[in-house]
Design a binder for this molecule. Sequence first.
Ligand SMILES: [Zn+2]
Ligand SMILES: [Zn+2]
Length: 254
Amino acid sequence: MGIEQPWIEHFFVGPLQMRCSVVTDRHTGDTIIVDGGDEPERIISWIERFEGRGPDWTTGPQTKEEAANLPERHVVALVNTHAHFDHSGFIPALRAHFGVPWYLHPDDNYLQTLAQASGRRYGLTLPEPAVADEAFEATRTYAFGSLELSVLHTPGHTLGGCCLLLGVDDGPDHVFVGDTLFAGSVGRTDIADSGGDFDLLAQSIHTQLWPLDEDTVVHPGHGPLTTIGHERRTNPFVGDAAGPGGSFGFGKYA
Ligand SMILES: [Zn+2]
Ligand SMILES: [Zn+2]
């Protein structure tokens, strides 16, 4: 069960060039924003008016004219993979504008309170951190208007880290993984106050991500897109090549 021809846009935002994904059901216009971490004005003006810089990558219309036959978009929810400031720092601006609930796994609520202090280390002034309106529970499927996302809890980069799976009827599924998995790499496990743990991260990936269809498109929080099958075969930290003992078969970060 899923949607057809998902309209997905990526905006690389902020100093860490974090991937904010905007997902729309092109039949209904229902839209969710995954990881609204920065540049809220850019995202809002594009969603509402197709004005401004627009997305860095899209499966949908690239101009207002191309979008003429599509329904008007309405944002129905804000969802997050985790609470690091680059992913969540400007949720307050998006929430104030759209007036919709923000979903986060509760194990990241404490981390979320530290967003301003973390941002300051990068010279950023962030608004008072948002408090989540709704608690993501694993393993559960949420309906956001006509869009459905399944929540996979994947702790290891942070305690409350989640991967969000979008089922697609006429093509590969898509999974928004935050900083759990990258093309050829995995999320850091040494960030202060986050509950990082490499063994837990590897276990999360093995149990929650590797069982997905191998053509599932992986949308990481940073860097290029990849697929579940490609990472399962080749990822040097958690893929088959890593062997049972972790990276390269002789211990983590060996
Ligand atoms: Zn992170
Ligand atoms: Zn990040």
